[in-house]
Design a protein around this ligand. Structure first.
Ligand code: SF4
Ligand code: SF4
Length: 126
């Protein structure tokens, strides 16, 4: 991603909260394999079911895979699609206000970044 528009500050804000994103079946297998676990052990140790969704657990108010000391994701190479995509969420395409809502929660966007520039980045990555 162009540095002038976005540079992750590794603040960890996007990994905070009492819920996380859901994992596809493929992602469950990938993460289990990355951690050297069977699927069953991975699911029972690191995930929670919410209806039909399988989510990563939270711990101390953040995703269980967020390393507070190092400010990084412990499963970075296999992190789920919404985490890889963030903060370029498709809702940004809707209107400038939708971009402003995301910008307020992510300090990585340059103050100079315009909606048009961010939209362009998002479309390039689609
Ligand atoms: S909130 Fe933004 S700047 Fe902070 S870690 Fe997440 S992507 Fe990076
Ligand atoms: S998987 Fe990684 S990037 Fe995604 S919420 Fe958890 S710690 Fe953050």
């Amino acid at each position: 991603m162009a540095e002038r528009v976005f540079e992750c500050k590794r603040c960890g804000f996007c990994c905070q909260g009492e819920s996380t994103v859901s994992l596809s079946s493929e992602e469950q297998h990938q993460i289990a394999s990355f951690l050297g676990l069977t699927l069953e052990d991975f699911l029972s140790t690191y995930t929670v079911k919410r209806g039909k969704r399988v989510e990563m657990k939270t711990q101390n108010g953040h995703c269980i895979f967020y390393d507070e000391e190092k400010s990084l994701c412990r499963i970075h190479p296999v992190k789920p699609q919404p985490c890889r995509q963030w903060p370029l969420h498709p809702s940004i395409l809707k209107d400038p206000e939708s971009f402003e809502i995301i910008r307020r929660t992510c300090p990585g966007f340059s103050e100079k970044a315009t909606w048009e520039e961010v939209k362009k980045l998002l479309l390039e990555k689609a």
